[in-house]
Structure formats: structure tokens, C-alpha cells
Design a protein around this ligand. Structure first.
Ligand SMILES: C[S@@+](CC[C@H](N)C(=O)[O-])C[C@H]1O[C@@H](n2cnc3c(N)ncnc32)[C@H](O)[C@@H]1O
Length: 276
């Protein structure tokens, strides 16, 4: 017989190469299998483990760098739990900054109308719908799996009445509404960039933004201006501040402000562009 404590020790060895918290991850996998919480595990540490066979499979899968969130089908974002599935980008903590920046502006607008381009799992739209009581959101994506998942997250958080999901390539199928803001965390990595192995299981159409990487961002900037939407908030790559600043200066004749922000690791990560 092996206790949970022994099992955690034994299987965490397999995960040393893929995570700096191997023990914690084995615990998470056990809890996923037995559908219990951390307190339960600590109370039962010296009891016999009932799920070694299934755990072994999951640990071996995780040891290939397969994301933990795709196994447990959940991820935390902005203090809330979201459904996650393979084929859709896993939420990243830095996107919380984009949500915060959008919230600050939207709080001052009565019944704001927001368009999200590239909704993915729905974290941005769902969080804004939770934070802003009278908001109306159109959320688009080209990926059916993403739209389905985002809808499930809107339902999970009781905000499905505030968000309309549409399959659309950028603005193509977006209804003709006067929006106050566009938010987007679009794909922004250059097509030839070699991804680290922990990202290789995530969908390439959520990551790669074109030859240079910033093509979709530039498209979104131009189309937001053309549609006379006042605010544009985007996430971007750490090295895109200068090219995007030059692009805005060269292509937008008059705008009110362009401010960049950094992520938690102090890399340039996004901007707020305010049009006149
Ligand atoms: C980096 S992910 C962001 C997902 C989510 N908003 C988040 O922050 O976690 C980019 C998303 O944009 C979608 N996408 C890519 N190209 C698009 C396009 N041309 N039009 C609309 N959505 C697009 C992808 O399918 C993906 O879900």
C-alpha cells in the first residue's frame, strides 16, 4: 500500500523538468482525480492512495509539457475560475492588467458598448461583464472551439445576457453598432518564432500574428479608427512598442493619446490608444 504522501513524493520526480512546483502539481492532479480540495488531501495524507494508476497516466502526460490547465480543464484569472479546453489559449495572468485598464475607463461611461476581438476562453469579456453592471459586449473569434468555451464561461459566471458571441475575422461580421471601446489580446508572435516547449500544445492561430507578428494589431488599429471608436486597448509583444508607436504616428493623423503599460515582469505588454 502507498499513502498519498508517498505517491506525491514518488511522482513529483517525473515533473522536475517541466515545472518548479512538481509536488504541488502532483497534488493538483490527485485532487482533480478524486474531486476533492487541498484540505481534504492534507487530512488524508497518510491514507492509502486510491488513484495511482490514473495519476501515473496524467503525470506522464504532464511530463511531456502538456499544460496542467488542459488536464484539469480549469484556470484561475482575476480571482475567478474559468473553464479551459485544448484548442483554446490558456489564460495568462498579464491579461489581468488589460482588464483593469479597460475597467477604469468603462466605469466612467454610461451603458458602455464594447467589442472584443479574439475572445478565446472569454476571460476579458466575462470579467468586464462581471465588473461593469450595465455593459453590452460583442465578442468575436475565428475559432469555433473558443466561441463555445467563452459561451460556457459566460454562463458559468451568469453574464451570458451581456455578451453576444459572433464568429468573425476581425470586424467582418460585427454588426454596425457605435462601440465605445475595442479590447483585444490578438495573436502577436512572428510566424517564424520558435515557441518554447511549454507553449507547443496551444493553438497556433491564437499565437502567431503574421510575418512580423504585429500585422493583426495594425489592422485592428486602422479599423478601430475607421469605425470612429474612441478607445482601443490591446495586449502586444514585449518588442512591439517602437514599431507600433511609429505606425500610429504615421497612419493616424490625429489621436488624443497613446500610452503603453508593462506586465508583471516589467516587459512592455500593451497599450491604450485614445482617438479624438
Ligand atoms: C492570444 S488569444 C487571446 C484569447 C483571450 N482573449 C485571452 O486573452 O486569453 C487570441 C485569440 O484571437 C483569435 N483570433 C486570431 N485571429 C483572429 C481574427 N482574424 N479575427 C478574430 N479572432 C482571431 C484566436 O482564435 C484566439 O482565440
Amino acid at each position: 500500500m502507498k499513502t498519498y504522501k508517498q505517491i506525491v513524493r514518488e511522482y513529483s520526480r517525473y515533473l522536475k523538468e517541466v515545472t518548479h512546483i512538481p509536488q504541488k502539481e502532483v497534488e493538483i492532479l490527485i485532487l482533480h482525480l478524486v474531486q476533492q480540495n487541498t484540505i481534504w488531501l492534507h487530512l488524508n495524507y497518510d491514507k492509502e492512495c486510491s488513484c495511482e494508476k490514473e495519476l501515473e497516466k496524467l503525470v506522464k502526460k504532464r511530463a511531456t509539457n502538456y499544460p496542467l490547465e488542459y488536464i484539469t480543464k480549469r484556470a484561475s484569472f482575476y480571482g475567478e475560475v474559468f473553464n479551459v479546453r485544448d484548442g483554446v489559449l490558456i489564460p495568462r495572468p498579464e491579461t489581468e492588467i488589460l482588464v483593469e485598464n479597460a475597467e477604469t475607463i468603462l466605469k466612467e461611461i454610461k451603458a458602455p458598448k464594447v467589442l472584443e476581438i479574439g475572445v478565446g476562453s472569454g476571460i476579458i469579456s466575462v470579467m468586464l461583464a462581471i465588473l461593469i453592471p450595465d455593459i453590452e459586449i460583442i465578442a468575436v473569434d475565428i475559432n469555433d472551439k473558443a466561441l463555445e468555451l467563452a459561451k460556457s464561461n459566460a454562463k458559468k459566471h451568469n453574464v451570458e445576457d451581456k455578451i453576444t458571441f459572433i464568429k468573425s475575422d476581425l470586424f467582418t461580421n460585427v454588426p454596425d453598432i457605435q462601440f465605445d471601446m475595442v479590447v483585444s489580446n490578438p495573436p502577436y508572435i512572428a510566424d517564424d518564432y520558435k515557441l518554447p516547449s511549454n507553449v507547443k500544445y496551444e493553438p497556433s492561430n491564437a499565437l502567431f500574428g503574421g510575418n512580423i507578428g504585429d500585422e493583426l494589431l495594425k489592422d485592428i488599429i486602422l479599423q478601430t479608427k475607421q469605425k470612429e471608436i474612441k478607445y482601443l486597448l490591446c495586449e502586444m509583444g514585449y518588442d512591439q512598442k517602437t514599431p507600433l508607436t511609429n505606425f500610429v504616428k504615421e497612419n493616424i493623423s490625429s489621436y488624443k493619446s497613446l500610452e503603453f503599460y508593462k506586465d508583471y515582469d516589467k516587459f512592455d505588454r500593451g497599450f491604450t490608444l485614445v482617438f479624438k
